[in-house]
Each structure stands twice: as structure tokens, then as C-alpha cells.
Design a protein around this ligand. Structure first.
Ligand code: ADP
Ligand code: ZN
Length: 291
């Protein structure tokens, strides 16, 4: 089966061709400009690849509701050129094959559940902490959409007393994204996150905020595994600190096997940063199956 995968991001578009086992045959990366400039380039790539179906994991907000008039659109994104753009329509029309569509982070969650360490689990949350913060939620075997789709990167966070930073989110200031995404780290500490590697206090505060959000997700969704990916999570020293704050904040309220073995409960992504694109392959496979 030849499947196409498109991980559509605000800065880059990753296009790949692979199969239903998650094997990637080839891959290209195109900078995200306007739809008029970027989409024809991607279409040319996928036409040549002779794919049977395409899966798109997309930056958002998007409309993933098949019964909606604006299904397949990127909706209220701050990236103006892409606002109200019918991305699924453009690919369906030009390629004439089934197109699967979901958020980028639901795509990554699906990648981990289908091909990665979360295989066989029923309920899993995948969180990316990079330029923004997003969460894909897989519950009882399905990717969660609900009334729109989860936007769990914007959950409100209680600031720690010693943190005087005002928060970067234009909507909420002090949501998880506003306090803990890469650009917030950079603005608070005046240096790029990667250059702050040895500053203990940076990663202590960062893990405290991430842990607050995780506790909320644990109590609400009760996931069987929490996977953390994205550029910021390349700072591996975050993991033990996050686990320790999660335990502290839960304060023994719930007791499960998973929390007993928290080092295999809150884990890094397992697919060498390919979880997103591999999840898109599976979105494509599912679109073909359901056509
Ligand atoms: P995006 O979210 O744009 O898809 P990334 O997940 O790579 O891309 O996130 C980019 C953000 O992550 C930037 O703010 C950058 O400073 C931060 N970042 C990237 N690599 C690292 C690293 N090794 N350590 C800490 N922060 C990083
Ligand atoms: Zn926010």
C-alpha cells in the first residue's frame, strides 16, 4: 500500500510517502509560505508518488467534523494566509484519493498508538512542547474531537510565586503554552532554551508547570500513558523532575500501577521524532479503509 503523509506545520510542511506498517520510503520538507505558493509544490510531490490515500495532521484550529460545512478547513488560525483554507478539499480534488484529516498532535498520538510504545493501549495522551503546546488525546480507542478538538496546551496554570514573567499567550497570558513553550522560556530567561541547558532553575520551573497540566489531564482523562514530545522535551533532565512534581501535586490521591511505575508512565516519544508523520500514514490508511 502506498500512502502519503503530510504533517502541516506553521513553519514547515513535511511530506512523506510510506506504507501501512509505518515504513517511510521518502520524505521532503517545504517551508510554509502562503497556500498559493506551498500547496502546488506539495501536490506535485504527491501526484508523482502515486499514492492510494493521504493523511494530513494539521496545525490548527481546524474543523475535523465530517458533518460540518467547513470540514477539512483550517479555521481561526493566527496564520492569516491559511485562515478558512480548505486544505482537505484542495488535496482531495487534485489527487482524487481519500484524505484523512486531524490535528497534528492527534496525528502524533495515533503514530505512538499504532506503531510506537503505546501500541495496544486504550487511552493515551501525547503532548508536544515546542513553539507552541498541543495535546492529542486518544480515549477508548478513538482520537478525541468533541465539539472541536482538544486544545489542552492552553489550560490555565497557576503561576509559581517566584515567577515574575507575565506569560506569552495572546489569549490567556498564563496558560501552559504562555508559560512553558519554547518562546516563553526564551523570553523569560533571555536566551534560547537550548542555551539554558545547565540552568537548573529553568528546568525546575518548566517541569513544575508541565506537571500541573499533566495532573489536570490525569484527573480528567485518566490516560494509561502520557507521552511528551517536541523540541523543548529534548531536554531529558525534564522527565525525572516532571514525574516528581506530578507525584507531589497528586499527593497520593489516586493510586494505580501506572503511577507506581511512573518512569514508564510519563515517557518521551518513541519514534525518533517520526511519530507525527507515521501517524499521518495511519490517518491515510484509515481514510482508505473508510471510504
Ligand atoms: P515546532 O513546535 O515549531 O514544530 P519544535 O518542536 O522543534 O518545533 O519546537 C521548537 C521550540 O523548541 C523552539 O522554541 C526551540 O527553542 C525549542 N527547542 C528546540 N530544540 C530544543 C532543545 N534541544 N532544547 C530545548 N529547547 C529546544
Ligand atoms: Zn493560551
Amino acid at each position: 500500500m502506498r500512502l502519503g503523509a503530510l504533517e502541516a506545520g506553521g513553519t514547515k510542511m513535511v511530506c512523506a510517502v510510506g506504507d501501512e506498517t509505518g515504513k517511510i520510503f521518502e520524505q521532503i520538507c517545504i517551508p510554509t509560505r502562503t497556500p498559493e505558493e506551498t500547496v502546488p509544490e506539495m501536490l506535485a510531490y504527491f501526484k508523482k508518488a502515486e499514492i492510494e490515500a493521504l493523511g494530513i495532521g494539521c496545525f490548527g484550529p481546524i474543523d475535523p467534523d465530517k458533518s460540518s460545512a467547513t470540514y477539512g478547513y483550517i479555521t481561526s488560525t493566527p496564520k492569516l494566509a491559511w485562515r478558512n483554507y480548505n486544505i482537505v478539499g484542495a488535496f482531495e480534488e487534485a489527487l482524487g484519493c481519500p484524505v484523512g484529516f486531524d490535528t497534528d498532535v492527534n496525528g502524533s498520538a495515533l503514530g505512538e498508538v499504532t506503531f510506537g510504545q503505546a501500541k495496544g493501549k486504550n487511552s493515551v495522551i501525547y503532548i508536544t512542547i515546542g513553539t507552541g503546546v498541543g495535546a492529542g488525546i486518544f480515549v477508548e480507542g478513538n482520537l478525541v474531537h468533541g465539539m472541536l478538538h482538544p486544545e489542552a496546551g492552553h489550560v490555565l496554570i497557576q503561576k509559581r510565586e517566584d515567577d515574575t514573567y507575565q506569560g506569552k499567550c495572546p489569549y490567556h497570558k498564563c496558560c501552559l503554552e504562555g508559560l512553558a513553550a519554547g518562546p516563553a522560556i526564551e523570553e523569560r530567561w533571555g536566551k534560547k532554551a537550548i542555551e539554558l541547558k545547565d540552568r537548573e532553575e529553568v528546568w525546575d520551573l518548566e517541569s513544575y508547570y508541565i506537571a500541573q497540566a499533566l495532573v489536570g489531564y490525569i484527573l480528567t482523562v485518566s490516560p494509561e500513558m502520557i507521552i511528551l514530545g517536541g523540541g523543548v522535551m529534548h531536554q531529558e533532565q525534564l522527565f525525572p523532575k516532571i514525574r516528581s512534581y506530578v507525584k507531589e501535586l497528586l499527593n497520593g490521591y489516586i493510586r494505580t500501577e501506572e503511577l507506581e511505575h511512573i518512569e514508564s508512565y510519563i515517557v518521551p516519544a518513541s519514534l525518533q521524532d517520526n511519530q507525527g508523520i507515521m501517524g499521518c500514514l495511519e490517518l491515510g490508511r484509515r481514510a482508505l479503509e473508510n471510504q
